[in-house]
Design a protein around this ligand. Structure first.
Ligand SMILES: NC(=O)c1ccc[n+]([C@@H]2O[C@H](COP(=O)([O-])OP(=O)(O)OC[C@H]3O[C@@H](n4cnc5c(N)ncnc54)[C@H](OP(=O)(O)O)[C@@H]3O)[C@@H](O)[C@H]2O)c1
Length: 492
């Protein structure tokens, strides 16, 4: 079950949001009284409640907005109990002074916005002494490993416990809380109005993560990156799991470089069986696996990890996805790329995977990077040619591939290659997928070029990952459709 928190400054907005959520299927709603400006009309809020309700009035020290006296706040909480609110939230330092009465259930809560304390179990044990129906612990995650401790706490708790790590690094704990036995997790009523750091919206929890369908035995997959919030991988993979009725969930995992090692060792403890890997970890993971496929061994970068019985296995689905995307736009001749010149812009991870694929198809590859040493390094590694960035228009190429982020949202008015240099005979491939129709793609179309978009590559690499994760075929058309819809929206 999800508890959806509403924080509005006016009663009528609070009531209409509450009604709307109940109509949308919310089973439990938290009314944050501390957001209300002016006199709080608790009775009318409770009388009109369309679904079970938690009454919370948070002090500033606990991340709330209540600015009046502590006496007045506790009087409100007592009144909520007298008026038979379904649940009332009592912070652990005041819970002992407010006795149980009637049918109202007691949520005894603790918040720490700085850290996840080392003595989490002792703290929990103390809270269990305060006559709770539910214990709620919300602490800041400063490491992805804090989630492991929090989820373990929920799993071992004798009293039903909602344990949440706050912040971007803690998002996974919000999504997996129910899998570990929490009676509910929290979500915000609107994606632009988070009431706590890292909170996901009711719609995201319901429609992307299918929170209510996550079981204790659901397999967990995820994407490791830093930063993580903008990743579209959870959307595309969860859509695929849901469509194929696979008992699995795919979560965003912000893992800073310094925590990568320990995270990879401990990931199976929270049910993780496979991971997508993106910036900045694609190269670093290669030294931490026991097995790797041919592409990973050749280029030293992986974008997929699978926990197999005999160790961690690394794959690279980027290279094949890029080549499949390109070849789908070309004559059905397996040797078509042979001896053709391909100009690759950029010298990072995507450039490496794509240049490798082109070279295996015997194309002549020229790398143009804005940092000459990096471009030369890549060219040396793959045995191809590097040229300076400002020499890119001098290359007579059949294929042009953009592997820089130029043109990516919000930089949508820029292109790494000027329009008037684009000849109609050139196939233009932009790996940027957000937006799909980058300025480069628009210019190429208007010059009469064949185009390949980053959406195609992104979908294909995710389809290949889905195959590796599940052993099943992926619903590729559906994955393409949701990604196009999401990147279309981001373009606005
Ligand atoms: N469609 C897909 O499935 C997919 C998959 C992976 C990546 N991508 C796309 O590929 C792009 C690159 O990803 P990556 O993993 O290769 O990143 P990366 O390793 O950071 O490499 C980025 C490359 O672009 C260059 N660059 C950055 N800003 C530039 C600018 N303003 N002008 C010229 N060059 C610039 C960098 O140059 P320096 O060396 O000088 O820093 C570097 O060579 C991303 O934008 C992403 O959208 C798409």
């Amino acid at each position: 079950m999800l508890c959806v928190s509403i924080g509005r400054s006016r009663h009528r907005h609070m009531i209409s949001a509450h009604r709307h959520l109940a109509e949308q299927g919310a089973q439990l709603v938290e009314l944050r009284l501390d957001y209300i400006k002016g006199e709080i009309q608790l009775k009318s809020l409770l009388e009109q409640r369309p679904c079970p309700t938690v009454i919370t009035c948070r002090r500033e020290q606990d991340g709330g907005k209540y600015g009046r006296s502590e006496e007045a706040r506790q009087a409100l909480l007592r009144m909520a109990i007298a008026e038979q609110a379904d649940y009332v939230d009592l912070e652990e330092d005041i819970a002992a002074g407010i006795p149980r009465y009637g049918s109202t259930k007691r949520i005894v809560s603790f918040h720490d916005f700085r850290q996840t304390p080392a003595d989490l179990e002792d703290l929990h044990a103390r809270m269990c002494q305060l006559d709770p129906d539910i214990v709620k612990v919300a602490t800041m995650a400063n490491s992805p490993l804090d989630n492991f401790r929090m989820l373990e706490l929920i799993r071992n708790a004798r009293v039903p416990t909602v344990g949440i790590c706050m912040g971007e690094m803690g998002m996974v704990s919000r999504i997996l809380a129910g899998r570990f036995g929490a009676p509910f997790s929290f979500a915000t009523f609107h994606h632009e109005r988070t009431l706590a750091p890292g909170q996901l919206s009711f719609e995201e929890m319901r429609d992307i993560y299918h929170y209510d369908q996550i079981q204790t035995d659901s397999t967990v997959y995820g994407v490791i990156a830093d930063p993580i919030r903008q990743s579209l991988s959870p959307l595309i993979h969860n859509t695929a799991f849901h469509a194929k009725e696979i008992n699995a969930v795919y979560v965003p995992l912000r893992v800073p470089r310094e925590h990568l090692n320990e995270f990879l060792v401990r990931a199976p403890q929270i049910g993780i069986r496979g991971l997508s890997v993106t910036i900045p970890h694609k190269e670093a993971v290669v030294n931490r696996v026991q097995k790797a496929d041919r592409v990973v061994l050749d280029i030293g970068a992986a974008n997929t990890l699978i926990y197999e019985d005999d160790g961690l296995m690394a794959y690279n689905t980027d290279s094949r996805a890029a080549m499949d995307s390109l070849e789908a736009q070309m004559p059905a001749d397996p040797d078509y790329l042979q001896d053709k010149t391909a100009l690759v812009l950029g010298a990072g991870g995507a450039a490496k995977a794509i240049a490798y694929g082109l070279l295996r198809r015997k194309a002549r590859v020229v790398i143009s990077g804005r940092t000459p040493e990096r471009a030369q390094q890549l060219a040396d590694k793959l045995s191809c040619e590097a040229i300076p960035w400002n020499a890119r228009y001098h290359v007579d190429c059949s294929v042009l591939v953009n592997c820089t982020p130029v043109g990516m949202h919000p930089d949508i008015d820029n292109s790494p290659y000027e329009k008037h240099h684009l000849k109609p005979s050139v196939v233009v491939f932009d790996t940027v997928y957000n937006p799909e129709n980058t300025l480069l793609i628009k210019n190429a179309r208007s010059q009469g070029c064949q185009v390949v978009t980053g959406v195609e590559m992104f979908v294909r690499q995710a389809v290949l990952q889905f195959n590796l994760f599940t052993g099943k075929s992926a619903p590729d058309e559906l994955m393409r459709k949701v990604l196009k819809r999401a990147t279309g929206a981001a373009q606005l």
